[in-house]
Ligand binder design. Structure first.
Ligand code: ADP
Ligand code: MG
Length: 257
């Protein structure tokens, strides 16, 4: 790589969403979303329910195709990629679902090992070592033999994250990681996301309507309303926003703190 190309790569965003439009059955959901996320940062996309957060996230994962606009991830335009190429590309992304989405009939160890067994060619011993190491990254020890039902809600989230990161992704996406959790569990999930950023140096995207959590974990906050990003910046900037929707949305939370 030439020095100029290397410099450009160093400053290019890890995720670059450009003027993204998406409608379903003629109903517009995303109406020109543009958003950049720098490598190694945590961005929280904050908005009300039904505002298009999950739809945006699915475009970043290449699960939806834009009607218009582009999604550049790690320097590659995924909006035009073929199915096979996309499926390989998606290996650099880990996804943590709203419900931890674990297989209840499998042990924790088998849940976490699942992506390795599906794709890799590691020996069972290598898999066991990798599972143990990855569980340690999320502060879980000696739980391989347990079943998800034997764990607390916060621990199940950690298992979900371990499964998402076991193949060393560059990007981790979280869809509503704290929705429906009690305050203590929410705090532990926030800590988990902060630790993941520190320890793995991953670029994280968190889709959420949890304002408290957003201000705790975000390097950048993007507020989405009616299919557009209406505010974007560091938490301190967003906190003082004069943008009408953002003010109204945050007021519901600041009234309580
Ligand atoms: N696959 C789909 N087909 C049709 N409509 C969809 C689909 N996915 C999402 N939508 C619609 O897009 C809108 C935004 O949904 P979503 O992104 O899930 O909102 P949220 O911000 O709560 O995550 C909703 O009106 C939803 O019904
Ligand atoms: Mg959603």
């Amino acid at each position: 790589m030439s020095p100029a190309a290397a410099a450009a790569a160093a400053t290019a965003p890890m995720i670059d969403v450009q003027d993204l439009y998406k409608s379903f059955n003629g109903f517009p959901v995303l109406k020109g979303v543009s958003l950049q996320m720098a490598e190694g940062t945590t961005t929280v996309v904050l908005g009300g329910s039904g505002s298009g957060k999950t739809v945006l996230m699915k475009h970043i994962m290449g699960l939806f195709r834009p009607d218009q606009g582009r999604v550049i991830v790690d320097g590659q335009d995924i909006s035009t990629m073929g199915r096979q190429e996309l499926s390989t590309f998606r290996e650099r992304m880990g996804m943590v679902f709203q419900s931890a989405a674990l297989f209840d009939s499998m042990t924790v160890g088998d849940n976490v090992a699942f992506p390795l067994r599906e794709h890799g060619n590691l020996s069972e011993q290598e898999i066991a070592e990798k599972v143990k190491k990855t569980l340690a990254v999320v502060d879980l020890h000696d739980v391989e033999g347990k079943y998800p039902a034997e764990l607390s809600g916060g621990m199940r989230k950690r298992v979900g994250l371990a499964r998402a990161i076991i193949r060393d992704p560059k990007i981790v996406l979280y869809d509503e990681p704290t929705t429906g959790l009690d305050p203590l569990t929410t705090e532990s999930v926030d800590e988990m996301i902060l630790h993941a950023r520190e320890r793995l140096k991953v670029t994280s995207v968190v889709i959420s309507h949890d304002i408290g959590s957003a201000f705790h974990i975000a390097d950048r906050i993007a507020v989405i309303n009616e299919g557009r990003i209406v505010e974007e910046g560091a938490p301190a900037h967003v906190r003082k926003s004069q943008e009408p929707f953002t003010r109204q949305f945050l007021a519901t939370w600041f009234a309580r703190t």
